[in-house]
Design a protein around this ligand. Structure first.
Ligand code: C2E
Ligand code: MG
Ligand code: MG
Length: 747
């Protein structure tokens, strides 16, 4: 380490002064002082004193015998000898520290230390010589008074000079700093010098005034005190070390506990934080869950549950105050199933979302739109005051939803049927209101209207319909269904082509129910499929039997009406195969009647299906022709064997054959398409004559024969009945009127 130049100077100055002081000591040294006692004292100072230090517990100060040696030398041999002793003793101390304690001295430090001790003692000695105190001492040399004054003065001066000078050097010559440093580092060391002086005085007095025995006893005593003190200091030191170690351990434990507490606290904070996060997530998921529980995931509209809740509020409000009107709209998207089937569910979902948005646009925030499921929606309108106003809103919704739009390159147009249920005191639950709105919607659908308002009459009809539907599902097993047969006759010669089978339902409670009432119910409910399977079994079995009656009946056929529902089911071909296989009826003896409107609903599908049916060998007839807007370009592709002209065109022909132009057109069209023509609903001779004249192949109508029970038909077959009215008269056979009378009761 580089030494400050000032300090270096001070040290060198001190060393120089030390050299002077030693020189002073040498000059003043009396050779006669070289006695064994001096040698012993010197030996003690050099060998024992550096080792025999007594550290003061709790301080960095150690009491040594070095100063005592210097003061003893002074007492026995005077100042110059003591000055040399100070030099020798300091040198011995430095050597001891260097070799035994591994102390590393800075440059100049050893000579400086020696010089400092020598100079300070010399200065103390010189000052003492000139102090009046020396003269004030009245006692003889070596007396207690003399020793106290002398050694007290010298030891204090020795200490003050040495410590002040050293503080001055360390404080880089600044006085105030020097004083602070002195107070801090040296003031406590004054004791060492005083104790050293006291020790020297004690030894001196023992050596001078005591006998040998006292000296020995005193020396032994001092040694005992010294060693016990050393021992107790050692014990104290060990105890302090132990306490220190215990304190350290305690501090370490506390530190660890603090650390653990800190870790625990931060873990606790982290866990609280994550718990808080989990709580927030939980609350959020609870909210999401609640939202999901009350809303439709696809459209975001309220779901049935939420709708019911809101509607319940409206019902309650209206019941307590009938000015709080409301109207419930039940909406059903028409043709939505087609979109789903033909364009896929993804497009279907988008269509539903678009519909939902359009509904929302047309209502006020006080109203509520909900998706009840599938393509069914409901709206509860707050107000309006009259049903007519509610109808206007519904019509606006209808025209908005009917606006075509594009989706993934597809031009899509949808429509909606809307039923409206106005508020009514009789409603107590949302289900009742929705049921009536649904009834109105179904009515609108059946009437092909966009909007219908609920009335109680509608409900009565609806309930009837529900009752009929339920009863119809048990009609086969209850034996209430039967087949009626109406002859199909060749117009030119009255030859029997076969029969059209017509379903009859003799209801256990209501009696005969006309097909026009129950067939639509059977079609809507899907019951028509199992019923047609039953009809196919009945009629094919019947025909197989009748064809065996005679040569005239060998080629007759049965014509079975097939509904659109059954046509679009995958089972039809299979059901027919089964019926034919079971009855062993020749396939060409079975004709299937498909109405024009059904056939033209989906012509591509119809074409494929008809081809499959043709492969079975059965015949096909296009029923009710003229009512279904056939496209001629498609018609010629469809493999029909016959066209049945709808009754309405036949009944329009007057008694003199007027208004037969359409009939003429249809007949010639059929001929061009190479199809046979059957005219339905022939009731008059004039109609028959016109048809014969036009070249119509076959006829069916009350004029020829009304539909009859299987038993009647069978009887007619056995009787070989003729079917043209004039033939009957000519041949004297039983008349149509006679035969038909029995069937009239069926209606
Ligand atoms: P459709 O297939 O066109 O059957 C002819 C209807 O015209 C029958 O009525 C028949 O009784 C009636 N009819 C025949 N000649 C005359 C006539 O000269 N004057 C009048 N006013 N009517 C005549 P029906 O039996 O009441 O059947 C009505 C409709 O019900 C049928 O029309 C057919 O569409 C349907 N239907 C009847 N039976 C069945 C069936 O077994 N299955 C299916 N799917 N539909 C059937
Ligand atoms: Mg028919
Ligand atoms: Mg018909």
């Amino acid at each position: 380490m580089a030494i400050d130049p000032n300090e270096k100077f001070s040290r060198i100055l001190t060393i120089a002064l030390g050299v002077c002081a030693i020189a002073f000591g040498i000059v003043g040294f009396d050779v006669s002082n070289l006695t064994p006692l001096l040698a012993a004292l010197l030996l003690f100072a050099v060998v024992i004193a550096p080792r025999a230090s007594i550290p003061l517990p709790g301080t960095d100060i150690a009491l040594t015998f070095s100063d005592a040696c210097i003061y003893l030398a002074f007492l026995f041999y005077g100042g110059p000898t003591a000055i040399l002793f100070a030099g020798i003793e300091t040198t011995a101390n430095c050597i001891y520290l260097y070799y035994r304690k591994g102390f590393r001295f800075q440059p100049y430090m050893v000579p400086f230390n020696i010089a400092l001790n020598v100079v300070s003692f010399t200065a103390a000695y010189l000052i003492w010589t000139i102090l009046p105190s020396t003269r004030l001492v009245t006692g003889p040399f070596g007396s207690v008074q003399h020793l106290i004054v002398t050694l007290g003065t010298i030891s204090v001066l020795h200490f003050v000079i040495a410590s002040s000078w050293l503080s001055f050097i360390r404080a880089k010559n600044r006085l105030s700093e020097a004083y602070r440093s002195w107070r801090k580092d040296f003031s406590s060391r004054a004791m060492m010098h005083i104790v050293g002086a006291g020790l020297a005085a004690l030894v001196y007095m023992l050596a001078t005034y005591g006998d040998i025995l006292t000296a020995v006893i005193s020396a032994v005593g001092i040694a005992i005190v010294y060693f016990s003190y050393r021992r107790s200091v050692q014990d104290l030191k060990e105890a302090m070390l132990e306490t220190e170690a215990a304190q350290k351990e305690k501090a370490e434990t506390e530190r660890m506990l603090r650390r653990e507490a800190e870790v625990y606290a931060s873990e606790l904070a982290a866990s609280l934080e994550s718990q808080e996060r989990a709580n927030i997530a939980l609350r959020k998921s609870e909210q999401n869950f609640q939202h999901a529980a009350l809303h439709d995931a696809l459209t975001g509209l309220a779901n049935r549950k939420l709708f019911h809740e809101k509607l319940m509020d409206r019902i309650a409000a209206y019941r307590s105050d009938n000015t709080a009107a409301y109207h419930v709209l039940f909406l059903d998207l028409s043709r939505f199933k087609n979109i789903n089937d033909s364009l896929g569910h993804t497009i279907g979902d988008k269509v539903l979302s678009i519909a939902a948005r359009r509904f929302l646009r047309l209502v006020t925030p006080a109203d509520m739109v909900a998706r009840l499921g599938g393509d069914e929606f409901a709206i509860v309108l707050k107000g309006p005051s009259t049903a007519a106003k509610a109808k206007k809103v519904a019509q606006r919704i209808h025209s908005s939803i009917s606006q075509p739009f594009s989706l993934s390159g597809n031009r899509i147009s949808i429509s909606v049927n809307i039923g409206i249920a106005p508020a009514d005191m009789e409603y107590t639950t949302p289900e009742e209101v929705l049921r009536d709105a649904d009834i109105a919607m179904n009515y609108a659908k059946a009437q092909r209207e966009s909007v219908a308002l609920f009335t109680r009459d509608l409900r009565t009809r609806f309930l009837e319909r529900v009752r009929l539907e339920m009863d119809l599902s048990h009609a086969i097993e209850r034996g209430e269904l039967s087949m009626s047969y109406q002859p199909l006759v060749r117009i030119t010669d009255g030859k029997l082509l076969g029969f059209e089978s017509l379903l009859r339902w003799n209801h256990g409670e209501f009696g005969n129910i006309p097909p026009a009432r129950f067939i639509p119910i059977a079609e809507d409910s899907g019951l028509i499929i199992p019923i047609t399977k039953w009809i196919l079994r009945e009629t094919t079995d019947q025909m197989a039997e009748w064809r065996k009656i005679s040569a005239e009946t060998r080629d007759i056929l049965v014509s079975v009406n097939i509904s659109g529902k059954h046509l679009s089911s995958e089972d039809l071909v299979y059901d027919i195969e089964c019926a034919l296989e079971r009855s062993k009826l020749a396939p060409e003896a079975l004709k299937l009647e498909i109405t024009e409107s059904t056939a033209m609903d989906n012509p591509e599908f119809t074409l494929k299906l008809l081809k499959d049916l043709k492969r079975l060998g059965v015949q096909l007839s296009l029923d009710d022709f003229g009512t279904g807007y056939s496209s001629l370009s498609i018609l010629h592709k469809l493999p029909f064997d016959t066209i049945k002209i709808d009754r309405s065109f036949v009944s329009g022909v007057g008694p003199n054959g007027e208004d037969s132009e359409i009939l003429q057109t249809i007949v010639s069209l059929a001929k061009n398409l190479r199809m046979k023509v059957i005219a339905e609903g022939i009731e008059t001779q004039a109609q028959l004559s016109v048809l014969k004249h036009l070249g119509c192949d076959y006829g069916q109508g009350y004029l020829l024969a009304k539909p009859m029970t299987a038993a009647k038909a069978e009887a007619a077959l056995y009787a070989g009945r003729t079917w043209l009215p004039y033939q009957a008269a000519e041949n004297g056979n039983s008349t149509n009127a006679e035969l038909d009378r029995s069937d009239i009761s069926v209606f």
